[in-house]
Design a protein around this ligand. Structure first.
Ligand SMILES: [Zn+2]
Length: 340
C-alpha cells in the first residue's frame, strides 16, 4: 500500500490510432504497477471529467466551443498533431479531471500522482503538440478558485519546453509578450528534422515575478517548440546532456525557484522524454538518471513541506517498455522519498 493515491482511469486512453505518442502507455503503467506489487488496487482512485466551468478557468470560451462542437479549422486541427475526434476531447476532459483530483489528494496527503496528464503545450486559445487542453493549469486554477491554495509552482522536466504553461501563467507579460520569431515547427520531427547544436546550457530568468504561479522548465533548447515564451525560470539545455549535468541544473533551478517563491503546491511534470533513447528528444539521460531526477524534485519539496502533484507528460522511447519503466520509477521514487 502506498502512502499516497494514484489517479487513473482506463478512459485516459487517447484514441489517436497508430502514433508516435503511445496512447496505451497509461494502461500499461497501471498494469505494471499492480503486477510488480509497487501498488495495490486500493491505491488507485478514479477521476471524473473536468467540468466545462473548470476548463474555462484557463481556456477561452471560443476555443472550448470549437473543441466541443468539432469546429476547429483545418489549420487548428493540424497544429494538434493528433487526429481530432469528440472521443479525444472527452479523454482530455477526463485527464484534466484526473489532475484536479490529484491536486486535491496531494493537498491532503503531501503527494499524489496521476497516471496521465501533463499536457503542457495547450494555450488558452489553441492546442498544439499533442495537447488539447492544459490539465495542470486547470487543476491549479481550480484549487485557487476553491480557496485551497493561493500560490503554486510548476516544475516541468519534459524534454520539450512548457510553452503553454509559460503563456498561461505569464500574467502581465502576456499582453506584450514577444511574437514568435519563426513559425513553430511540428513536435514530431518526422515532419521537420532537427538541427543539432552544441552549446552550454543557458538559464533565462525572468525577474520581477509577480504572478501567483511560478513556472520552471528544464528542456532541450534545440527542440520543439521553436518559440519558447518565457517561464519564470527556463533552463535551455544543450543537446545530449547527460545525467550529472542535468541533475546539477535541476538542483540549481529548484533551489533558485524555491528561494524566490513560497508555493503551497508543486506540480511536477515528469516527462519520460529526456531519456537518451527517446524518438522526440535529444538529451542523454539514463533510466537511472531519470529516477534520480524524480527523487531530487520530491526531496526538495518534502524538505520544505510542499505537497506534490505529479503528471506524466511525454515519453516516446524506441522501446515502449522503457517509457513504462521510467514512468513506473516515478511512483517508486515518490514511495521511497515519502516513506523516509
Ligand atoms: Zn515532451
Amino acid at each position: 500500500m502506498l502512502p499516497f493515491k494514484l489517479v487513473y482511469s482506463d478512459d485516459y486512453y487517447l484514441p489517436i490510432g497508430s502514433h508516435v505518442f503511445p496512447a496505451e502507455k497509461y494502461k500499461r503503467i497501471h498494469d505494471r504497477l499492480l503486477a510488480s506489487g509497487i501498488a495495490a488496487p486500493s491505491d488507485f482512485v478514479v477521476p471524473s471529467p473536468a467540468t466545462d466551468r473548470d476548463v474555462l478557468l484557463v481556456h477561452t470560451p471560443q476555443y472550448v466551443e470549437k473543441l466541443k462542437t468539432g469546429t476547429l479549422s483545418a489549420r487548428e486541427q493540424l497544429e494538434l498533431e493528433v487526429p481530432y475526434s469528440p472521443e479525444l476531447v472527452r479523454a482530455f476532459w477526463l485527464n484534466a479531471g484526473g489532475s484536479i483530483l490529484a491536486a486535491d489528494h496531494a493537498l491532503n496527503d503531501g503527494m499524489a500522482i496521476s497516471i496521465g496528464g501533463g499536457f503542457h503545450h495547450a494555450f488558452p486559445d489553441h492546442g498544439e503538440g499533442f495537447c488539447l487542453i492544459h490539465d495542470v493549469a486547470i487543476a491549479i486554477r481550480r484549487m485557487q478558485r476553491d480557496g485551497k491554495i493561493h500560490r503554486a509552482i510548476t516544475v516541468d522536466c519534459d524534454v520539450h519546453q512548457g510553452n503553454g504553461t509559460a503563456a498561461i501563467f505569464a500574467g502581465a507579460r502576456t499582453a506584450s509578450g514577444p511574437l514568435p520569431p519563426v513559425p513553430n515547427a511540428p513536435m514530431n520531427p518526422a515532419f521537420s528534422g532537427n538541427i543539432p547544436a552544441k552549446a552550454a546550457a543557458k538559464t533565462r530568468m525572468h525577474s520581477g515575478h509577480a504572478g501567483d504561479v511560478f513556472t520552471i522548465s528544464l528542456h532541450q533548447e534545440n527542440n520543439y517548440p521553436a518559440w519558447k515564451p518565457p517561464s519564470s525560470i527556463d533552463i535551455d539545455l544543450p543537446d545530449e546532456i547527460g545525467d550529472d549535468d542535468y541533475l546539477a541544473w535541476l538542483d540549481n533551478a529548484l533551489g533558485s525557484g524555491l528561494r524566490q517563491f513560497n508555493p503551497e503546491l508543486l506540480c511536477y511534470l515528469a516527462g519520460a522524454d529526456p531519456y537518451r533513447e527517446d524518438q522526440l528528444g535529444g538529451l542523454s539521460l539514463t533510466i537511472g538518471g531519470l529516477k534520480k531526477r524524480d527523487e531530487l524534485v520530491f526531496r526538495a519539496a518534502k524538505a520544505r513541506g510542499i505537497p506534490v502533484m505529479v503528471t506524466l507528460a511525454g515519453g516516446y522511447a524506441r522501446k515502449l517498455e522503457d517509457t513504462i519503466t521510467i514512468h513506473c520509477n516515478t511512483v517508486v521514487a515518490a514511495k521511497e522519498v515519502m516513506q523516509k
